[in-house]
Ligand binder design. Sequence first.
Ligand SMILES: [Zn+2]
Ligand SMILES: [Zn+2]
Length: 377
Amino acid sequence: MTEKVTGKFYKRIFLAGILILALFLTGCSGIAPSSGRAEDAAAKTESGTDLNVHFIDVGQGDSTLIEKDGRYMLIDAGERDQGPVVVSYLKEQGVKTLDYVIGTHPHSDHIGGLEAVIRAFDVGTIIMPEKAHTTKLYERLLDTIEEKNLKITLPKPGTTYDLGSASFQILAPNRDYGDELNNWSVGIRVDYGNNSFLLCGDAEKEAEEDMVANGLSLKADVLKVSHHGSSTSSSQAFIDRADPEYAVISCGKNNDYGHPHKETLELFQKKHIKVLRTDQLGTIVAVSDGTKVTFPGVGDRMEPKAAEGSEASGVSTEAPDSQSTRREYVVNTKTKKFHLPDCSSADSIKEMNRSSIIGTREELIGMGYEPCKICKP
Ligand SMILES: [Zn+2]
Ligand SMILES: [Zn+2]
C-alpha cells in the first residue's frame, strides 16, 4: 500500500484492527447466528420447505436474497440509490433479520445499497473480503457496520455455514489480488438437497482459475454469472466445472459496459445453458425443492431473443396467452425449428445449432421459430 499518511491512515489502522479482531473472534468455524425467530419469518408467503433465491433487479449491479426456513442471506445490494429498493423488496418478503450479509467486493454496484440494508434490518454475520477501498461509500459502510456494533467476518474458502436446512460454502477469494477488486469477490456455493447455486460476485478469470484449483466443488444447477456477463469472467474451465443448467445474469438495460458480452452468451449457448437476464425479466426468483429448480412466472416475462445479446426488441409487459403451456423446447438455431425435447429429429440437431428455450408455443413462434412437423409441438 502506498497511500499518503492522512486522516484516512488512521481509518485504515482502525479498519485493520476490526478485521483482525473479527478474524480472531470468529476463528475458522462457521457460526450460524441464533438471532431471528423462525416463527415470525414463517408467516410469509412461501411454505418454508423450498429454498428461494431472488435475483433482485437493481439495474446494473448485483443483489441476491436467499431464503430457507425463514433464514435469510443477502449478497450485495446494488448501487447506493438501489438501497431503498432492496430494503422494500426484503420487507415485502417478510425479512426482519438477515442472518448473513455478504458484500462480495468494494465496488459501488455491489456494496452501494448495503448501508441502507444494514440500517433497516437486524444483521447476524457480515462477510466481506479483506480488501480495503478508499471510496467514501466504502468508508460509510464501515462506519455503519461499526455503529451497529457488528463485526466483519473474513471469507475463508472451505468454511461452511448453515442457512436453515440449506448450507453454503465459501469458495473465494483464494489469495491476495492487489488492486484487482473484482477478483477479491467472495464466492459461495449454496446447497440444498441435490441442488446447488453458485454466486461469485464479479470474480474474473484469475480468481476463477484459483477456484478451479482449490478443489472445492463448483457444480451448480444455477450460476449467478460473474461480473454481469462480462467476457473477463466465465472462463471455459470454470463453466465446465460448474456445468450449470441455468445462468442468471444481473445487469442493467442498455448498460454502458455492453454486459452481457457476446462471447459469454455464445459460450452458454454452446453448452446449452439457459440464460435468464434481469435486464429482460426484472427480478428473477429460483425455487429449489431439493431435487429440482424452477423459475415460477419467469416464462410469462420471457422476451423474444432472450438469449441473444442486448439487441433484443422492446420488453413485452403483457402476459402472453395464459392458456398455453409453458415448457422446455429444443430449438435448432440454424433452421429456426423447435421441437419437443423427446422428438427424434431433435436428436439429430448438430451440437453447435442446438439450444433450448423455456416458453409457450406462441412465444417461440413469436421469436421466429417454426414448429417441427414430426413432433408437432
Ligand atoms: Zn466489480
Ligand atoms: Zn459489478
